[in-house]
Ligand binder design. Structure first.
Ligand code: COA
Length: 217
């Protein structure tokens, strides 16, 4: 997916690649973190750490071990923020200096139709009605775009709230022509700073990518 950079407007650094088993390039504490994982997960984790360090170097960050917290959220060097996503054989990372961007959310998914059970989990009633009104050629694609946009939104809001949301707690308004969306939290009392964020999406032959960024005040 070549155009991940188009998902963000702030000064960010982006790295993407196929997954590879780069464990020998990891810090010992990173290797320890995935020592019992299956090879696919080790490749995802290792690729993401190497790409993250490359992207962080591009925005001036030191090279440090990037070991996630117990809730799986990434931990960035002080003064930097970012987001990681991987799908079948692909990894993408976006980072920025915190003084430029407060938080970032990136998600990539293999392009696919969502099963009916997933549709029930992901779509709100309003989104279902909107989907039914879309051109028949687009309709099979749109649920994975909504899924991915909600994941990108979730990753962006998490460092601010540390709060969990179900897919149906978030409602999207998608503008297909401009490749943009707005994510709005339906749950009462969600922090105002992240209760409504806009994002961008792109779709190519193989994947969908979504980006959400929260600017600094
Ligand atoms: C965080 C989550 C969205 C990740 O999505 P995923 O499809 O499993 O996987 P992706 O490859 O796109 O992303 C994985 C990366 O997300 C990042 N991540 C994990 N938890 C995160 C969190 N709470 N906040 C921000 N980023 C997180 C990690 O960097 C991870 O990569 P790593 O383990 O190699 O470091 C998902 O696992 C999750 O926790 N979902 C629960 C909440 C949710 O999805 N609600 C519905 C949307 S509102």
């Amino acid at each position: 997916m070549t155009a991940i950079a188009d998902l963000f407007r702030g000064p960010v650094a982006i790295e993407t690649s196929a997954l590879w088993l780069a464990e020998h390039e990891l810090y010992p504490e990173e290797r320890a973190h995935i020592q019992n994982a299956v090879p696919k997960r080790r490749a995802e984790f290792a690729t993401a750490r190497i790409l993250s360090r490359r992207a962080l170097a591009a925005v001036g960050a030191p090279s440090v071990a990037l070991v996630p917290t117990a809730d799986r959220a990434p931990v960035w060097p002080s003064g930097y923020t970012g987001s990681i996503s991987h799908c079948a054989d692909y990894c993408a990372v976006v980072v920025a200096r915190s003084r430029d961007v407060r938080s970032l959310g990136l998600d990539v998914e293999d392009l696919r139709e969502l099963e009916p059970t997933m549709l029930d989990l992901v779509l709100t009633p309003t989104e279902r009605r909107w989907l039914c009104a879309q051109p028949a050629t687009l309709r099979p694609l749109l649920p994975i775009v909504i899924f991915s946009a909600k994941e990108a939104y979730y990753k962006c809001q998490y460092p601010i709230t540390r709060g969990f949301l179900e897919f149906r707690d978030v409602e999207l308004a998608i503008e297909w022509a401009s490749g943009t969306f707005e994510a709005r939290v339906l749950k009462e009392g969600w922090p105002a700073a992240v209760a409504r964020l806009s994002g961008r999406f792109l779709v190519d032959d193989d994947r969908v990518g979504c980006g959400v960024e929260l600017a600094q005040d």
